[in-house]
Design a protein around this ligand. Structure first.
Ligand SMILES: Nc1ncnc2c1ncn2[C@@H]1O[C@H](COP(=O)(O)OP(=O)(O)OP(=O)(O)O)[C@@H](O)[C@H]1O
Ligand SMILES: [Mg+2]
Length: 159
């Protein structure tokens, strides 16, 4: 079973497309942990994920001031951005644990800031700046469900 997938994305549109392929495969309870420096494309990827989940991607903006944006639908999307998080305590104040245990999809930007609070079973997506347009996107599956997801994603990307 493939546990890791490395992709080079040459454009923001491609990053969005990769996100939407992931979004199409998600179900309630899934957790996606994103990490990567400023401007590497985390929110761009989330926009794609939202689109794959049949939300209007134009609605997706980084929830930096509120820490969380909720998109309501048959499968709710909770978009958390921890860039401005000052303490782990704050995470629990926004109801993080309920989101994680809930029936929606949780996507977390800057997840590496609270590494120990991310469920053991999760899909990590690490973005890295290569140059003005290119980004390296590394997906790491933690747990059987995400291993299968990566395997399926690889199939969809390259077929
Ligand atoms: N291949 C690419 N994939 C994603 N974004 C790209 C790519 N090439 C250029 N960009 C540009 O990089 C920027 C990525 O911004 P985005 O808000 O998605 O990053 P972010 O990681 O969420 O940043 P922040 O840490 O501020 O939240 C956008 O301006 C986008 O157009
Ligand atoms: Mg962002």
């Amino acid at each position: 079973m493939i546990r890791m997938l490395e992709i080079i994305s040459p454009t923001p549109q491609e990053t969005e497309r990769i996100g939407s392929l992931v979004g199409e495969m998600l179900k309630g309870g899934d957790v996606i942990a994103l990490s990567g420096e400023l401007g590497t494309g985390k929110t761009t990827l989330v926009r794609g994920i939202a689109q794959g989940m049949k939300f209007d991607k134009e609605e997706v903006a980084s929830p930096s001031f509120t820490l969380i944006n909720e998109y309501d639908g048959p499968l709710p999307l909770f978009h958390i951005d921890l860039y401005r998080l000052e303490s782990e305590q704050e995470l629990y104040e926004i109801g993080y644990e309920e989101y994680i245990r809930g029936n929606g999809v949780v996507v977390i930007e800057w997840a590496d800031k609270v590494h120990q609070a991310i469920p053991q079973e999760s899909l990590w997506i690490i973005l890295r700046y290569l140059d003005a347009k290119r980004r390296e996107i590394v997906m790491k599956a933690q747990g059987n469900r995400y291993e299968k997801m990566i395997e399926e994603l690889r199939r969809r990307l390259y077929n």
